[in-house]
Design a protein around this ligand. Structure first.
Ligand code: ATP
Length: 322
């Protein structure tokens, strides 16, 4: 029995090494995939988690399975695909340490997960099902994701969603919008960035648009992240905002995932339904997530980078409000 089960991509992030130069480009291979980053945060904070995904029958696949298992995440449902390699994302960082991606996924093993490979008992026993948008980009993982969503809904699971937008992985913008929005229809908890809100709604004013999005799609708890500007939560008639924290980012990879893990952690420890969350609960959630996510930009990668709870105050002390 797991508190949080997730389905999604499990890939290698190739992150530029500190001695990277244009003449000698060298990279570090890190565990990648937004939902696995989320689970790694939850697992570090003591929650039971399992991941549903596929890797190739290759060295990267073996490395990923080992790392994920080592982070205390159940990998029994990470399958091996023999007809395609493990997906690879090549990360580029600009001066502000913001990332852009190139993907080697044509197809990648994660895209080839089928509905027939799902172990339904795992979903039935879970409290929360979490997913992202990368498993929605192609067949057959799209059908597998949609089938799990339907099953999770029928079985009254809390469904959590991060519609990460990666333009290169979609055929065109309309397809991306269509499926990113489809995910919103199923979700009880959504974490979305201001840029993704602008993309989906075509509205400049993300603050207003996020509230319209929550209302239109009946999303009980919506959190919008705004990079270094902080974040906003819309829930139970409350709209709460918090500024970002001043940090020296080295790599913003996975900041959103650490934010998502924090939101789910707070939700689980409050032990309430979303409708029962008070303004104070939401403020706690926002404050915790904003601090963890800011801290996460000061370390490389997004996998297993959240601070352990017993050292939380000590580690996070350096993270102050602007
Ligand atoms: P991801 O890159 O993981 O997809 P995202 O685009 O979903 O992330 P962002 O809005 O960039 O998410 O950032 C998520 C959260 O991380 C922010 O709400 C904030 O709390 C924190 N954060 C991100 N960048 C910075 C920064 N430069 N300084 C301080 N905090 C930051």
């Amino acid at each position: 029995k797991c508190e949080v089960v997730s389905l999604g991509e499990l890939l290698i992030d190739l992150i530029p090494h500190h001695d990277y130069t244009a003449d000698a480009p060298s990279y570090e291979a890190k565990v990648g995939g937004a939902p696995i980053n989320v689970l790694s945060g939850l697992a570090k904070w003591g929650h039971t988690t399992a991941y549903i995904s596929k890797v190739g029958n290759d060295a990267f696949g073996g490395y990923l399975r080992k790392q994920v298992k080592g982070a205390n995440i159940n990998v029994d449902y990470v399958l091996t695909e023999r007809s395609a390699p493990t997906t690879v994302a090549i990360v580029s960082l600009d001066e502000e340490k913001n990332r852009t991606f190139d993907f080697i996924r044509n197809p990648g093993a994660d895209q080839l997960l089928t509905k027939d490979e799902i172990q339904w008992g795992l979903i039935r026993e879970a409290e929360v099902f979490h997913f992202g948008s990368l498993s929605l980009t192609h067949h057959p993982s799209r059908e597998a994701t949609l089938a799990v969503l339907k099953y999770a809904k029928e079985n009254h699971k809390t469904i959590s969603y991060d519609p990460n937008y990666r333009p290169l992985l979609w055929e065109n913008q309309d397809e991306a919008k269509r499926w990113m929005v489809e995910g919103l229809k199923w979700a009880d908890i959504v974490k979305i960035s201001d840029e993704e809100v602008q993309f989906i709604t075509n509205e400049e004013d993300a603050l207003m648009a996020s509230q319209v999005l929550a209302e239109t799609h009946h999303i009980p708890l919506l959190v919008m992240t705004k990079g270094k500007e902080g974040a906003l939560v819309v829930c139970n008639g409350h709209v709460l905002e918090e500024d970002g924290h001043t940090v020296q980012p080295v790599d913003t990879t996975g900041a959103g995932d650490c934010f998502m893990a924090s939101v789910l952690h707070q939700f689980l420890v409050k032990n309430k339904s979303i409708q029962e969350l008070t303004e104070q609960d939401l403020a706690d959630m926002l404050q915790f997530a904003n601090r963890v996510a800011a801290y996460s930009t000061t370390v490389k990668g997004g996998f297993s980078v959240v601070p352990p709870l017993d050292e939380f105050e000590k580690i996070i002390r350096g993270v102050q409000h602007v």
